[in-house]
Design a protein. Structure first.
Length: 189
């Protein structure tokens, strides 16, 4: 992955982009930085987490067609070639399998090939998505090792790691902390 990326003013200075929430705009910039040389991002959820953005920010980018999301969890930046033209001697082809599902439109924007629509998840990031596409399980992805790669397994929202942590482990951690250190607010004799 390159250390330098470019940003096209024709994309980010338009009113359409400037109407995005500032957090969504920042997330888009980080996705640009972390994409491979063909505009594919293999770890979008990690980028959401370390930028302190939310999945709603990702949903906004998806809904307004700044990114395309695939069933594997990989996203591609639709306007990638507006932003970056990489010299042939520095170009490293993407290893993302999802590259075969997209093509460039006459405007130079990534679009899903008609025969590959089953690999595309429009609305994947929308919170409370009640009508998932047939290839989209209901719930959240949990990445598990599968051979040398990570593959998503799906949990329902009730079983998600965040819910489990909030309900049980947080109470245990607080209890352990006060037992070991002593409560400073308790009455000392």
């Amino acid at each position: 992955m390159a250390n330098r990326r470019m940003i096209c003013r024709d994309v980010v200075k338009r009113d359409h982009f400037l109407r995005l929430k500032p957090s969504s705009q920042g997330l888009y910039m980080h996705l640009l930085l972390d994409a491979d040389d063909d505009g594919f991002v293999g770890n979008p959820l990690a980028i959401v987490r370390y930028t302190s953005c939310t999945e709603e920010d990702m949903a906004e980018l998806d809904r307004l067609n700044y990114i395309l999301t695939f069933t594997s969890g990989v996203v591609v930046i639709r306007h990638w070639f507006y932003h970056n033209n990489i010299r042939k001697d520095r170009y490293r082809a993407s290893t993302a399998v999802e590259k075969q599902y997209v093509t460039l439109s006459s405007e130079g924007v990534y679009v899903i090939k008609e025969e590959c629509k089953e690999h595309w998840l429009p609305g994947f990031w929308n919170p409370g998505n009640q009508n998932p596409t047939p290839s989209q399980p209901v719930g959240r992805p949990q990445w598990q090792p599968k051979g040398n790669n990570l593959a998503p397994t799906w949990q329902s929202d009730e079983e998600s790691l965040a819910t489990e942590w909030q309900s049980s482990e947080k109470e245990e951690m607080e209890t352990d902390f006060w037992e070991k250190s002593g409560n400073p607010h308790s009455d000392r004799a």
